[in-house]
Design a protein around this ligand. Sequence first.
Ligand SMILES: [Cu+2]
Length: 185
Amino acid sequence: MPTSSSVATRRGFVTGACALLLPRFGLAARTVEVRALISADGARVTFDPIGLRIEPGDTVRWIQVRGYHSVSAYHPANDSHELRIPTAAPPWNSGVLLGQYPAKGSTFEHTFTVAGVYDYFCQPHEAAGMVGRIVVGAPGDGPGTQPFGYAPARHWREVPEAARKIFPSIESIMQRGVVPAAAAS
Ligand SMILES: [Cu+2]
């Protein structure tokens, strides 16, 4: 009898703690998947979806399905790339992922807590236009909303021409929520 009563008490405590956590984001935080791909002939490299709208607290999980890719924020900490994520947000860089899904080392996750626009690229394929854009909550007016090359005095590495054409517009991301790779350009 004392044992079962103690278990019941613990369960009651755990339930209470979960109830307290949930209202922080209104809804439970989600994990959304993005695939990193190369076509069979190697001619086309892409993230899919290429545009995504999520809420603060959500996590994006990139899955390396074919080819070898990285998931790297547009941020000066990543090899002097242009700052194109919110100023208050930490940069991230997966490095080139080493496995093919579902093998170990084929996925990378990042949790987004700061609202705004985030541009990111694949290190091996940036020049070929392998980039993506995520809007967390509302776009605001941070670096990711600025035109490419907005701060020439910083001497950041330029976003390659092929990549500039690939980013879906912030408007289309806000309207559609998910922008598949094929519909982006
Ligand atoms: Cu790539």
